[in-house]
Design a protein around this ligand. Sequence first.
Ligand SMILES: Cc1cc2nc3c(=O)[nH]c(=O)nc-3n(C[C@H](O)[C@H](O)[C@H](O)COP(=O)(O)OP(=O)(O)OC[C@H]3O[C@@H](n4cnc5c(N)ncnc54)[C@H](O)[C@@H]3O)c2cc1C
Length: 372
Amino acid sequence: MSPPHVIVIGAGIIGLAHAVSAREAGYQVILLERDGRALGASVRNFGTLWPIGCAFGVEREQALLGVQRWKELAAKADFWIRPQGSLSLAYREEAWDVLTQFARQGGGFELLDSAETQQRFPAANGKGLRGALHSAAETVVHPPSAILALTEYARRIGVEFHFGTPVVKVHEDAVETSDGRRFRFHRLVIAAGEEMRLLFPEALAAAEVQRCRLQMMRTVPQPPGFDLGAIFVSDLTLCHYPAFRDCPATPALRARLEAELPRHRDWGVHVIAAQHEDGSLTLGDSHEYGADFVPDSFPEVEELILSALRDFVCVPELSIAARWQGVYLKSMKGQTQVVLHPQPSVTMVTAMGGLGMTLSWGLAQKTISSWQ
Ligand SMILES: Cc1cc2nc3c(=O)[nH]c(=O)nc-3n(C[C@H](O)[C@H](O)[C@H](O)COP(=O)(O)OP(=O)(O)OC[C@H]3O[C@@H](n4cnc5c(N)ncnc54)[C@H](O)[C@@H]3O)c2cc1C
């Protein structure tokens, strides 16, 4: 008897993680992608694998497993990966309180005072710096080349790809594509990113997820010898991720930031700086929530990101080489992943928000174990 057929819709990281993991588990896998290549959130993000943003417990374990899988796959599929760690810098007293409370939970984090931070990370802006938390787990990949290499790897291990093949309808045991073909499945994984709403819109609406649009940019390569040495974030980011939500000082930090930086609040701006292989820095981002967005990129948002960046890092070259936008779905209930079963044998994986690169492999493993 031939092995069960798995169909995956979408060649972003969630689709690829499911396709590769299912193939490794012995399934016959066909992946159907609407475009000529993955062009969604998975090639528009920072490329930061970010356990430090994940809540302690199951989610952090999932993220750490994800980083491990990325490293194994970088070796097998031959793409650039740099485990450089993260540096969360604190300027406001409340931010320092958040970091010290966070570090008490364990996890091997290192608290550095201002002098130690500047000595180990010369790019840190020393003006008003209270201290920083260093975490070793965070890692960077270059999303466009990593996704391409993973696609080639998946093909090599036997995943069958059909690009330029939009799925327009899901039947009980087959999907129908826009050219009228039907692909039968035993298991279907829908990883259609923000276009998820086109398939099973009622299930998605009931799950209370919303669209979020983000503005991003990349600098020109920094001069030779300039090395951030870690992924840099600061006070604003501590109010963004679930990991810091339960620190007793977080509400006070949030209140202070909202009072001091109201336009950052309005645009949902927090700032990450991640350095890539060519020396450029990927910078972002803003968060606009809603059903529909105007197409414009806003210079004000860019300036808000750059002004916040200058407060915590001294970058020699801030000329911008590229600007882009990304959209993802996010849970309105604070979940970092939403898994739906609108039909038996159908798994919709969505709403991974800003942690999809980090959590994808662990989630794929869970989906596939649930089939056995
Ligand atoms: C600006 C930005 C920054 C981010 N930063 C990070 C980060 O640093 N770290 C992190 O962990 N996460 C980050 N994320 C989140 C992460 O990028 C996403 O959670 C993840 O990429 C979602 O992957 P996906 O496969 O679900 O979606 P996508 O990458 O959007 O892929 C979905 C694919 O499905 C295809 N598709 C849609 N409909 C159909 C159909 N009907 N038929 C066939 N194909 C279809 C699309 O063409 C697309 O290729 C960021 C996201 C953004 C936007």
